[in-house]
Design a protein around this ligand. Structure first.
Ligand SMILES: NCc1[nH]cc(CCC(=O)O)c1CC(=O)O
Ligand SMILES: [Mg+2]
Length: 325
């Protein structure tokens, strides 16, 4: 047999494969999401996210120091709001002494160079568990956007480097950008969840923060998973309104969306490997049905290969340990 082309030459052994690999994960690819609660010395393992914890702020600060030491350069903060502080305005979200604001300050004090991003959406603060203000059973857009602006300004004031609106209200990126400008926060980044789908894969996250919607679902604001072109439309609106990074969420079932947006814009694109995606790998691995470490590296590499410049993932710490060998 005489072959002109022998494609297997590039796969002959690990050394040559490493030389020609198109996609290589590094610690700087990751954004580590953190769940923060009141109290001291608390590490609560989230039942549907084995191996992942909601920490009190003191422990969170220790975790952030450890993440920095491993080479991780950004964290995305979520707080668990006490029930007594939840209402339909979300006002606790702009309390200057709120848990989020205290967390931002404590983390920036402890590890000033860590890029601190904050979740901006009303659901943890909402008595209804919705991302916006509820009126007559509907999630109202424009009033919610005003509340999100107050929340964003309060995060910027506390020292957040980036705000990450995850709510999917129309126009909120433009309103937040303008508000940041008018208040002198000209160096605060906006990571817009541009294509966030109404997904069943957020289930474990809602357990972590006790933020499941009290009625209905989120389909009037989060996207329909049937749609791809709509994601490009959403992305282009957010570019126009002043976003700095665009997020796609979830990740594994949405690799086509990541690629589509990557090709359509010049901004960095991030992808959120969400709680349910974490839970699936953990559960299958616990049963002995999947090799956990291999599943993690294959999944995260695929997300980067699809076009993600950054990946928010609960596996950040574990992945870095695997990468560093
Ligand atoms: N605005 C809330 C928010 N921000 C991030 C997630 C999900 C993250 C995950 O599942 O890991 C959610 C949940 C939701 O929209 O219901
Ligand atoms: Mg939008």
């Amino acid at each position: 047999m005489y072959l002109q082309r022998r494609n297997r030459i590039l796969r002959k052994n690990a050394a040559i494969r490493s030389l020609v690999a198109e996609t290589v994960l590094t610690p700087q690819d990751f954004i580590a999401p953190l769940f923060i609660d009141e109290g001291r010395d608390i590490a609560y393992e989230i039942p549907s996210m084995p191996g992942y914890y909601r920490y009190s702020l003191d422990k969170t600060v220790q975790e952030v120091k450890a993440l920095w030491g491993l080479g991780i350069r950004s964290v995305l903060l979520f707080i668990k709001c006490e029930d007594r502080l939840k209402d339909n305005t979300g006002q606790e979200s702009w309390n200057p002494d709120g848990l989020m604001q205290r967390s931002i300050k404590a983390i920036k004090d402890a590890v000033p160079e860590m890029v601190v991003m904050t979740d901006v959406a009303l659901d943890p603060y909402s008595e209804y568990g919705h991302d916006g203000i509820v009126k007559n059973g509907e999630i109202v857009n424009d009033e919610t956007a005003e509340a999100l602006l107050k929340m964003s300004l309060s995060h910027a004031r506390a020292g957040a480097d980036w705000v990450a609106p995850s709510d999917m209200m129309d126009g909120r990126i433009g309103i937040i950008r303008e508000g940041l400008e008018k208040n002198g926060y000209t160096r605060t980044g906006i990571m817009a969840y541009s294509a966030k789908y109404a997904s069943c894969f957020y289930g474990p996250f809602r357990d972590a923060l006790d933020s499941a919607p009290g009625f209905g679902d989120k389909k009037t604001y989060q996207m329909d998973f049937s749609n791809r072109r709509e994601a490009v439309k959403e992305a282009l609106s957010d570019v126009e309104e002043g976003a700095d990074i665009l997020m796609v969420k979830p990740a594994m079932a949405y690799l086509d969306i990541i690629r589509e947006i990557k090709n359509a814009v010049t901004l960095p694109v991030s992808a959120y490997h969400v709680s349910g995606e974490y839970a699936m790998i953990k559960a299958a691995a616990a049963k002995g049905w999947l090799d956990e470490n291999k599943a993690i590296l294959e999944s995260l590499t695929a997300i980067k290969r699809a076009g993600a410049d950054l990946i928010a993932t609960y596996f950040a710490r574990q992945a870095v340990a695997l990468i560093n060998g």
